[in-house]
Design a binder for this molecule. Structure first.
Ligand code: ATP
Length: 243
């Protein structure tokens, strides 16, 4: 189990666009938190920063820090962050569209020995029988929900301790949103994962997280339990549009 702390983080793109203006949060070992807030609030920027991926977007940490499993990773490259057990599933379902389901899984498993790879693959197909049925199809032809399950399977093959998931519910039907949330909750419980769920769909997130952070314009404007957030009319109406 691992934890993540973010302290007064400031992130800038192209040297001039201040996307995070001093964000602090924490997720304890085995805890589930959600980052909520409207488009452009800075949620994906925070995900990129946590995952060590800012340079790929011409961004960098200007000030503050990120600590993962007691190590300062504020300026660490993605591979270092991954080696500490953090796996991020980025927004937009980034599967390898022209590779089959099996090939996608194999690509994600490159660090594993054959026996462990088999064990985890069996587990993935047990959890997601639909992926097994479609194992020889190109990932680009899967539905949004199936692609999200494939990404979760690929994440499992990295044996994460901290799982960061950016907008898994985007574009899915209400029934599939429920399904994705249930799977995330199950994974966290079964594996003692620390879960950072980034969502615009606050109602979905409330079902499976203990605490939430609401962001707006690069700042955290609310921090509290899921219950407190739901009881706060301003938070629900102004920031989450769910009033
Ligand atoms: P969304 O749900 O739309 O992804 P978000 O809350 O994740 O929204 P970010 O994508 O983190 O928000 O964007 C925060 C701010 O940073 C926005 O003003 C956005 O225009 C800016 N931004 C994001 N990526 C870049 C980039 N690569 N270069 C310059 N500015 C960027």
């Amino acid at each position: 189990m691992a934890e993540i702390h973010v302290e007064n983080l400031k992130v800038v793109y192209r040297g001039v666009i201040l996307a995070l203006q001093g964000v602090s949060l924490r997720a304890g070992p085995g805890e589930a938190i959600a980052l909520l807030g409207p488009n452009g609030a800075g949620k994906s920027t925070l995900v990129r920063a946590m995952a060590g991926l800012l340079p790929q977007y011409d961004g960098r940490v200007l000030d503050g820090k990120i600590v993962i499993a007691a190590q300062d990773t504020s300026h660490a490259p993605a591979l270092k962050v991954a080696s500490l057990g953090l796996t991020a599933i980025l927004e937009g379902r980034p599967v390898f569209r022209y590779l089959t389901v099996l090939e996608n899984l194999r690509a994600a498993a490159h660090r594993l020995g054959a026996a462990r790879r088999k064990e985890i693959s069996d587990e993935i197909f047990r959890r997601f029988p639909r992926l097994y049925e479609r194992r020889n199809e190109q990932a680009g032809y899967l539905s949004g929900g199936e692609q999200q399950m494939l990404l979760l399977g690929m994440a499992l093959l990295t044996e994460p301790k901290i799982l960061v998931v950016d907008e898994p519910s985007l574009g899915l039907s209400p029934k599939l949103v429920e399904e994705v949330m249930r799977v995330l909750d199950e994974l966290r419980r079964d594996k003692g994962l620390t879960l950072v769920l980034v969502e615009q769909n606050a109602r979905a997130a409330f079902q499976i997280v203990e605490r939430v952070y609401v962001m707006e314009q690069g700042r955290v404007v609310f921090e509290g339990t899921a219950q407190e957030a739901q009881a706060d009319a301003d938070v629900m109406e102004f920031y989450l549009g769910a009033g």
